[in-house]
Structure formats: structure tokens, C-alpha cells
Design a protein around this ligand. Structure first.
Ligand code: 5GP
Length: 174
């Protein structure tokens, strides 16, 4: 089936918003060190761009999780595919996500990380689809709220493609 990608948020819009969120985070964490946790693979592009705009000291780690059960519906129970390299005990942890959809994955991930006793735990997402929420998760920083459409780009894929698009697009099937 032929598919095309329609621009939803331009590269300029995304860059400007990440700059603003980076400045806000720098203010909120003044005098502290922030430990960014990237949820692979989708969060990678966003985390790198965000980290460059944060002016307080930053450290980073990476984690990969997958949900159990059907591939199309997030089951809400997650499996750690790649765990963090370092302990988060006593750190100011900021999870960096590509998108919050039903909230199931993040709600599990946040519980799991809270049990490891960070000093604080917050969540920053590039995109949020509030209409799709099933489980409430406290989102501290949101770059954009978007409608319920399947989006790609800036780390987000469709069948592993389009992650490298420098903008956010909607996949359309003709
Ligand atoms: P949930 O919040 O439902 O547990 O799952 C969130 C995950 O679903 C995201 O991290 C992302 O991998 C995937 N996801 C949700 N909506 C979209 C979308 O519009 N596009 C893409 N590429 N992935 C999505």
C-alpha cells in the first residue's frame, strides 16, 4: 500500500519548542544535576536535542522496554529489554519520552523507577495524545499535545522507518 507523510509540526516549530522546554527545565533544576533517562528507541533524537539546551549539569542513561502481549495494544505490563547502566538512587531523574499515548508503558516504568529511590522523578515528553489516555500519568513537561493520529519522525517510526525525519508527520495511506 502506498503511503505518504504529511507534515504536522515543522522542524522549526519543534526546535523552538524544545528550546523553550530546555530553558524551563534549566530554571526548575537550578543548583541541581539532572539525570536524563532516554526510553529507546523513540526518545533518542528528542533527548539529544533537549540535552543540548539544558544549562545545568546533565548526565544520561538509556533504557529499552517492551510491553507484553499483543503488538497493537499496549498490555500495560512491561519487560525490560535493556536496563539502565547506573543506579538512580539519590538522583534527580527526568524520563525523556517520545510520546505518551495510553500511558500504560510509562505508568509501569515510573513505578519501577520510583522503587529504585531517586531523589526526584519527573517526566518530559515530546508529544502527548491526551484523548488516548487510559492510565493517568503525571506529565511534567510536554512539548506538544496532538490529536489521535499515528505520527512519525523525530525518533518515531512506522515499521522502523521515518525515525530520521527532522519534523513530525502523519502517515497517510492512499
Ligand atoms: P503507551 O502510552 O500506549 O503505553 O505507549 C506509548 C508508546 O507507543 C510510545 O512510546 C510509542 O512507541 C508508541 N506510540 C504511540 N503512539 C504512537 C504514534 O502515533 N506513532 C508512533 N510511531 N508510535 C506511537
Amino acid at each position: 500500500m502506498a503511503e505518504r507523510v504529511e507534515v504536522l509540526l515543522t522542524e522549526k516549530e519543534v526546535d523552538e519548542r524544545i528550546q523553550a522546554i530546555g530553558e524551563q527545565i534549566s530554571k526548575d533544576y537550578e543548583g541541581k544535576e539532572v539525570h536524563l533517562i532516554c526510553v529507546l528507541k523513540g526518545g533518542a533524537f528528542f533527548m539529544c536535542e533537549l540535552a543540548k539546551r539544558i544549562t545545568v549539569p546533565v548526565s544520561m542513561d538509556f533504557m529499552s522496554v517492551s510491553s507484553y502481549g499483543s503488538s497493537t495494544v499496549s498490555s500495560g505490563s512491561i519487560k525490560i529489554v535493556k536496563d539502565l547502566d547506573d543506579s538512580i538512587m539519590g538522583k534527580h531523574v527526568l524520563i525523556v519520552e517520545d510520546i505518551v499515548d495510553t500511558g500504560r508503558t510509562l505508568s509501569h516504568l515510573m513505578k519501577l523507577l520510583k522503587d529504585r529511590n531517586p531523589e526526584s522523578l519527573a517526566l518530559c515528553t515530546l508529544l502527548d495524545k491526551p484523548d488516548r489516555r487510559v492510565v493517568q500519568v503525571p506529565v511534567d513537561y510536554t512539548c506538544f499535545q496532538i490529536p489521535d493520529e499515528f505520527v512519525v519522525g523525530y525518533g518515531l517510526d512506522y515499521a522502523q522507518r521515518y525515525r530520521n525525519l527532522p519534523y513530525i508527520g502523519v502517515v497517510k495511506f492512499d
